[in-house]
Write a protein that binds this ligand. Structure first.
Ligand SMILES: [Zn+2]
Length: 358
């Protein structure tokens, strides 16, 4: 099968690998750091070192709104930033990718979001440091943004948005709260499964995603207890998942998680956790592709047990899903993720799955 692989210019992983980043940043010009609040102090101490080196911004809303993206873009242009570092979860990664791409250009984020202008190529130097394991967003060349005025949520995408350096340092995930660890883990886990099963998978992406799946299945309970070896395995699993799905695409879990998440305001990983077993049942005939050679029912039961152990919900009942939501989900689920699902889902099948989870 033809294979095209795009990855960050340099990938570092392992404990304390983030300490190597200052030496890899461009020496000249101000640095712009966007950071999750939880890691702002670490980022200031490790990366900014002296105030005159640049600016650190924090306090972003989840599901990156255009207003936040513009605020950072204006500050970055004001200081003449030459490099951007993002330290955080998926939306902070998206923030970093967006600002790095648009810094040297004219116009504001909405101009590119609504295709009034196009990104011509590579922007400023960009380094991505995930603090959850994880979204895999440090490995992808797109940023999901939303316009709070219109409710539209879509990706800004360009190959030049790929990070120059991605650092998967498990020390940055130490102390991550259990609920966030569980939700992030159940984003990475379905991503690994969907990458293996994707109809765009290759031997190369399957090798990465299959190994990542094994790591994540074994590591997530220990990561919840903040055991450091498990944190390291989960971070590596998440990183490898990102490397794989950035090439292979995902599947129906992600196709459905996006409209359900934006409709019911359910965190993305929680959405994926609720959907995964039902989609596995739909894809039952393809589960032989997964590593380990387990019987499909055994594998599904194992995933459901893990979900329960991680205190994640099994349905959307608590989030108020009802039949009036189904048309919206059907209208907005036919994304590129959905097209990668190995066994297509007809509308009737999607409704049946939603009814099971309502
Ligand atoms: Zn995801």
């Amino acid at each position: 099968m033809n294979c095209e692989i795009r990855l960050p210019g340099l990938i570092l992983s392992g404990e304390n690998s983030a300490e190597r980043l200052p030496a890899l940043l461009p020496a000249a010009g101000p640095l712009l750091i966007v950071s999750a609040r939880s890691h702002a102090e670490w980022a200031r101490r490790t990366l900014l070192q002296e105030e005159c080196r640049g600016l650190l911004l924090t306090g972003f809303q989840p599901e990156l709104p255009l207003t936040d993206a513009d605020r950072v873009l204006q500050e970055g242009r004001r200081i003449g930033a030459q490099a951007v570092v993002a330290v955080g979860g998926g939306s902070v990664m998206g923030q970093g990718k967006t600002v790095a791409a648009l810094l040297p250009l004219e116009g504001m984020t909405a101009d590119y979001f609504y295709n009034r202008r196009t990104i011509p190529g590579k922007g400023a130097f960009f380094a991505a440091l995930p603090t959850t394991a994880g979204t895999g967003a440090e490995m992808t060349a797109n940023a999901v943004l939303r316009d709070p005025e219109t409710g539209i949520k879509q990706s800004l995408r360009h190959p030049g948005m790929m990070a120059d350096v991605a650092v998967s340092d498990p020390c940055l995930t130490w102390g991550c709260p259990p609920a966030l660890t569980a939700a992030s883990g159940f984003d990475a886990l379905p991503q690994a499964v969907e990458s293996v099963l994707s109809n765009r998978a290759t031997a190369c992406t399957r090798a990465l995603a299959g190994e990542a799946l094994q790591l994540l299945l074994a590591a997530l309970p220990g990561a919840m207890r903040d055991e450091h070896p498990a944190r390291a395995a989960a971070a590596e699993g998440s990183m490898m998942t990102g490397m794989a799905f950035a090439q292979s695409g995902l599947g129906a879990v992600h196709g459905l998680a996006h409209p359900l998440g934006s409709l019911l305001h359910v965190p993305h990983g929680v959405c994926c956790a609720i959907l995964l077993p039902e989609i596995l049942r739909h894809n039952r005939d393809c589960l032989g592709l997964l590593p380990g050679g387990e019987h499909p029912e055994t594998f599904i039961a194992r995933v459901e047990k893990l979900r329960q152990d991680l205190d994640l919900p099994a349905t959307f009942r608590a989030f108020g899903l009802n039949a009036s939501h189904y048309p919206f989900v059907l209208r907005h689920c036919r994304s590129s993720s959905m097209k990668c699902n190995p066994i297509p889902l007809a509308d009737e099948e999607i409704v049946r799955i939603l009814e099971t989870l309502t």
